[in-house]
Design a protein around this ligand. Sequence first.
Ligand SMILES: C[S@@+](CC[C@H](N)C(=O)[O-])C[C@H]1O[C@@H](n2cnc3c(N)ncnc32)[C@H](O)[C@@H]1O
Length: 286
Amino acid sequence: MISIRGADDGPVCNAVPMAEQERWQVSGSAAQKYERFVASWFEPWAADLVTEAGLKPGWRVLDLACGTGIVTRAAAPIIGARGEIVASDLNEGMLFEAQQHPVEGAPVRWRVADATELPFATGEFDGVFCQQGLQFIPDRDAAVGEMYRVLRPGGVAAVSVWSELENNPYLAALAGGLERHLSAEAGRSMAAPCGFGDPDELRDLFVNAGFSEVVVSSPQRDRDPTPAMEAIAGNLAALPIAAQVEAMPAIDRSAMLDDIISTLGTSIKDGQLTTPATSNVAIAIA
Ligand SMILES: C[S@@+](CC[C@H](N)C(=O)[O-])C[C@H]1O[C@@H](n2cnc3c(N)ncnc32)[C@H](O)[C@@H]1O
């Protein structure tokens, strides 16, 4: 794990104080588990984001906070061999896992980078993606400012963040279960993906950074049916707090899983999870 600026390192303009776990920094085998249990959930969202960005063959694209490369794998076949993707993330473990999976189409360069201080030239990219990453960055103004800087005039940023917890019953059920059976801090960490869920705040961020056209939508999508117990246990093993979940006494962990399943109620049918989720998506032209 590389070292990053901490919330107590001193003042940062417009930064939101965040606990380390709320910055979604995983360790150990969590990146592998993320790819195994979260990728199938995120892939249809990535396909939609790529479509909405109006990606063109030959484009040079940055996938910011790329994680295990879900958006990169969706974008590469459209961009093709004449284009290029630079896929960057703060977390070396996520980048290592990303490189274990083939990417068809565009060549990819994987790069460790903090989204608030990008090691890329001004105007270098035709498109920037950031799927489910911006909410974990304390200084979001700096991150969106960097997106604007590295895009060419007319380039497009396509960014998604989950809507509020009340619009995301699956994440709410996990957060509630962790809070009741592990700790308040664990519950807060699980709620962090929905911690920047106001679409107006998302729009303001892009307008204030100087983007000329900003469209924010709030699509809802049902998760493709997936075995519930495996998805929930796998998701918990892919969290920044996975080690704490793993260390719970078996009886407590089992009670937590029962509680989560009962909270999800009719989202589970015949053992298959099909819960809806809502994201806020910004498509912004530099
Ligand atoms: C929930 S994952 C999403 C990953 C990927 N975009 C996807 O769609 O699966 C959030 C990612 O944001 C990354 N991240 C958090 N803070 C970051 C920062 N300041 N700069 C770059 N990446 C960051 C994490 O390391 C993690 O890989």
